[in-house]
Design a protein around this ligand. Structure first.
Ligand code: 5RP
Length: 260
């Protein structure tokens, strides 16, 4: 069964599998969105069903909420949980300071709110997500539908004064219609190629009326768990300054792949 997984999926799986070791009984856990986060939700569900792990999960999207319920995790809203012990989520890019680009899956707003309301954020990623400089992945920003074209023009104008290598913004589509987020907003993807000062960009873009939030996560992530296609995982803790390596055995988790 595991032989059917591509190396990239194996890398995502082992990162997710290693990350759930951080979860203990009684924790309130933010559940990220995306393919790597979906592995993590499945791994947590297995621990809940088979080992009796007692946790509550706060999902960051309707699709994660649906999966969490399916695998047996007790789901709470953020307002019910109020504050979380830890959030585990994927990322589109991370740099050496564990600053991130997120929002490839369009869930950046809930993801940022949930991660910020957590004592700790753990990012799970395949090794290809590590970059020297953020920006090769188009930066998603969530904008309200009203006047989105004006907002786009203001964003492009703002980019002229910033140190980036590209300045085009495109409206994310879902087939023939604009993509709509869980909050009913649209996404502009900024094709910047390289962001010299992510902290500055994150602050400035949020000042534009119509921009709800951006996909730069600055000083939010504490730990990154990096998965490799051969089962190797690396755990980097930015606060402790530690790096640990492990190898994850695929066989013991065979039942997780049963319905893939
Ligand atoms: C969703 C996200 C995801 O975490 C990010 O896009 C990574 O996704 P994947 O794990 O599928 O590569 O930010 O909004």
């Amino acid at each position: 069964m595991t032989g059917e997984l591509s190396p990239i999926d194996k890398a995502k799986f082992v990162a997710a599998k290693r990350a759930v070791d951080f979860i203990e009984d009684g924790m309130r856990v933010g559940l990220g969105t995306g393919s790597t986060a979906a592995w993590m939700v499945r791994c947590l569900g297995e621990l809940v069903r088979e080992d009796g792990l007692k946790i509550s999960g706060v999902p960051t999207s309707t699709r994660t909420a649906e999966l969490a319920r399916q695998v047996g995790i007790n789901v709470l809203t953020l307002d019910e949980a109020k504050w979380l012990d830890v959030t585990i989520d994927g990322a589109d890019e991370f740099d050496a300071d564990l600053n991130l680009i997120k929002g490839g899956g369009g869930a950046l707003l809930q993801e940022k709110i949930v991660a910020t309301a957590s004592d700790q954020m753990i990012v799970i990623a395949d090794v290809a997500k590590e970059v020297a400089n953020l920006g090769a992945f188009p930066l998603p920003i969530e904008v309200i539908p009203f006047g989105w074209q004006t907002t786009k023009a203001l964003v492009e104008e703002m980019l002229i004064s910033l140190d980036v290598l590209g300045r085009d913004a495109s409206l994310r589509m879902n087939g023939d219609a604009p993509f709509v987020t869980d909050e009913g907003n649209h996404i502009l993807d900024l094709h910047l190629n390289r962001i010299a000062n992510p902290r500055q960009l994150a602050l400035v873009v949020n000042q534009i009326p119509g921009v709800v939030e951006n996909g730069l996560f600055i000083d939010i992530c504490d730990v990154v768990v990096i998965g490799h296609g051969d089962g190797k995982v690396e755990v980097r803790d930015i606060n402790a300054g530690t790096v640990e390596e492990d190898v994850i055995d695929f066989v013991e988790s065979d039942n997780l792949f049963a319905d893939i």
